[in-house]
Write a protein that binds this ligand. Structure first.
Ligand code: AHR
Length: 501
C-alpha cells in the first residue's frame, strides 16, 4: 500500500531561530568516555596531549557546539580541585556514582583544551551533591576570572593564562534521584541552587545557569519538582533541565518508533510548569529549556550489572545501536527542533563509548554507530529557522500512544545560505509514504538532494569489523514542478531532503 502525507511550507511562518546549542552533547567521567575514549596517551593517533586524533575527527564531523562536562552522576561526588595542577601529583579517587576509580589525569584545563580542538564550548556542571556554594563559586573564579585573585592566579600557575570563559553552567545533576550522591528534596535543592546561582553570578555576571529539573518525566515528584525549584530560582537561572532516555524493551517496534511523542509531552509539561511559575511571580522573564540528556539507552543494562567495581575506565553503558535506534534518534531530533522556540540547549548523551554515536576499541580503531548519522545530518543541515509547518499524515495507535503520525517531520530554513532542509522519518514498517510538499513561496528553491538512512534489517548495527553496515545513501529523485515537490519515503527510513536557492 502507498500512503500520502503532505507538508505545507511558507517563508512567513517561522517558529523560531535554531539555537546551535540544540546540537550539544555530553562527556562524563565514566566508563570509557574520557579514558579510552577522547583520551588515550598510548594510542597510535594520540597527539602531544594524549588526545586521540581519530576520535577528535569524528567529533568534529558531528559539529557539536557545546559539550556538558564532567557529569552526570559523577559530578555529585567530584572535587574539581582533584583535577587541576600538576598531573603527576593528582590522586586517584573512588567514584561512588559508577563504582569506578577516577585517576584524574584529565580535569578542567585538559578538557577545555580538548573542547577547543573539537570546536565546542564547555557546559560545566557543579557539584551540588556533596558540595555547594563555596566549591561552585571557586570553580567559576578559577575558570572565568582573568587574574589577581587566589583561584584565578592558581589557574595561571597551572599554565592557563587566559580565562576559559565558560558561559553555561549546570547547578548540579538529577538532584531529585535517590541514586544521586547528596539527593535532595525539591525545597532543599531549590534553596541551595538559588544561593549557589547568586554567588556564581556575583563572580561572573555573564554566565548562564541551568537549574536541575526532574531526572525524567516518570519520577514521582515530576512536575512538583520543577514548580518548587523554579519557585526558588526563577529570577536567578536561565534554563531548567530535562533528561530522558528511551528503549525498545518489549520488542514492539511500532511503539518504540513513537517514543518521541513522550518527549513532546514532557517538553510541553515543563513549558507549562515554567509558565505557571512565571504567571505566579508576575515575571516578565521566559524560562528556556535545556534538554541536556537525551538518547536511547537500554541495550547495555544487563551487561553493566556484571562489570566489576572500582575499575579504571570500565566498559559501562556501551550500547550498540541498531538501525531502528537511529530512526528513534531522528524522531527525537525532529521533536527538539519543533520546540526550538523554548528548547535552546540540548545534549545527546553521550558522545564517545558511553551511550554514544562514536565507539572506540581501546588501543584500536574508532567507528560511527547508526545514531551518528541523523545527529550529524541535523547538526550540519538544521541551522537557521524552524518553520511552522503543518504536517498532514495518516496515523496509527500503539499500546502507549494514539494518533501517532507515520510521518514525523520538521523543516529548517537557512536563508543566509539559501538552503531549505526537510527532515522526515517514515515510521511505517511496511509501506512507503508519498510525501507531497507544497513549497508555497519557496518556489525559488530547487530540490538538490535526498539523503536516506535505510536497512532491510531493523536490528542491523555497525561494528569495528563492519563499520559501514548502516550508512546513509542517495534516496533517489524528488519530482519538483514549481511549488510542488513529491518524494517517496521508503518504509522505516530517516530522510534529509535538501533544496537550494
Ligand atoms: O548519561 C548517563 C547518566 O544518566 C548520567 O550520569 C545521569 O545524569 C543520568 O541518569
Amino acid at each position: 500500500m502507498n500512503t500520502v502525507a503532505r507538508l505545507i511550507l511558507d517563508k512567513q511562518y517561522v517558529l523560531a531561530q535554531v539555537d546551535p546549542r540544540i546540537y550539544g552533547s555530553f562527556l562524563e567521567h565514566m566508563g570509557r568516555a574520557i579514558y579510552g575514549g577522547i583520551y588515550e596517551s598510548q594510542h597510535e593517533t594520540a597527539d602531544e596531549s594524549g588526545f586521540r586524533r581519530d576520535v577528535l575527527s569524528l567529533v568534529q564531523e558531528l559539529n557539536v557546539p557545546i559539550i556538558r562536562y564532567p557529569g552526570g552522576n559523577f559530578v555529585s561526588g567530584y572535587n574539581w580541585e582533584d583535577g587541576v595542577g600538576p598531573v603527576e601529583q593528582r590522586k586517584s579517587r573512588l567514584d561512588l556514582a559508577w563504582r569506578s576509580t577516577e585517576i584524574n589525569e584529565i580535569g578542567t584545563n585538559e578538557f577545555a583544551r580538548w573542547a577547543k580542538l573539537a570546536g565546542s564550548e564547555v557546559m560545566m556542571t557543579v557539584n551540588l551533591g556533596t558540595r555547594g556554594i563555596d566549591a561552585a563559586r571557586n570553580l567559576v573564579e578559577y575558570c572565568n576570572h582573568p587574574s589577581g585573585s587566589y583561584w584565578s592566579d592558581l589557574r595561571i600557575e597551572h599554565g592557563v593564562h587566559d580565562p576559559h570563559g565558560f558561559k553555561v553552567w549546570c547547578l548540579g545533576n538529577e538532584m531529585d534521584g535517590p541514586w544521586q550522591i547528596g539527593h535532595k528534596t525539591a525545597a532543599e535543592y531549590g534553596r541551595l541552587a538559588v544561593e549557589t546561582a547568586k554567588a556564581m553570578k556575583w563572580v561572573d555576571p555573564d554566565i548562564q545557569l541551568v537549574a536541575a529539573g526532574s531526572s525524567n518525566s516518570s519520577m514521582p515528584t515530576f512536575a512538583d519538582w520543577e514548580a518548587t525549584v523554579l519557585d526558588h530560582t526563577y529570577e536567578h537561572v536561565d534554563f531548567i533541565s530535562l533528561h530522558s532516555y528511551y528503549g525498545n524493551r518489549d520488542g514492539d517496534t511500532a511503539n518504540y518508533l513513537a517514543q518521541s511523542l513522550d518527549m513532546d509531552g514532557f517538553i510541553n509539561s515543563v513549558i507549562a510548569t515554567c509558565d505557571y511559575v512565571k504567571a505566579k511571580k508576575r515575571s516578565k522573564k521566559t524560562m528556556y529549556l535545556s534538554f541536556d540528556e537525551w538518547n536511547v539507552w537500554f541495550h547495555s543494562n544487563e551487561a553493566d550489572k556484571k562489570v566489576a567495581p572500582w575499575m579504571v575506565a570500565p566498559p559501562l553503558l556501551e550500547d550498540v545501536y541498531t538501525f531502528e535506534d537511529a530512526l528513534v534518534v531522528g524522531t527525537l531530533l525532529i521533536t527538539l527542533l519543533r520546540h526550538a522556540d523554548r528548547v535552546k540547549i540540548a545534549a545527546l548523551a553521550q558522545l564517545v563509548n558511553v551511550i554514544a554515536p562514536i565507539m572506540t576499541v581501546t588501543g584500536g580503531a574508532s567507528w560511527r554507530q547508526t545514531i551518528f548519522y541523523p545527529f550529524a545530518h541535523a547538526s550540519l543541515y538544521g541551522r537557521g529557522v524552524v518553520l511552522n509547518t503543518p504536517v498532514i499524515s495518516p496515523k496509527y495507535d500503539t499500546n502507549q500512544f494514539t494518533d501517532v503520525p507515520y510521518l514525523e517531520s520538521v523543516s529548517v530554513w537557512n536563508e543566509a545560505e539559501g538552503e531549505l532542509t526537510i527532515f522526515a522519518v517514515n515510521r511505517h514498517l511496511s509501506d512507503a509514504l508519498t510525501l507531497e510538499c507544497d513549497l508555497g513561496n519557496f518556489d525559488d528553491y530547487q530540490f538538490t538532494e535526498h539523503i536516506v538512512l535505510q536497512h532491510d534489517d531493523l536490528k542491523s548495527f555497525n561494528t569495528v569489523e563492519k563499520p559501514d553496515t548502516v550508512t546513509p545513501s542517495n534516496g533517489g529523485g524528488g519530482n519538483q514542478d514549481g511549488r510542488s515537490l513529491t518524494i517517496q519515503l521508503q518504509p522505516a527510513t530517516w530522510n534529509v531532503i535538501r533544496l537550494r536557492k
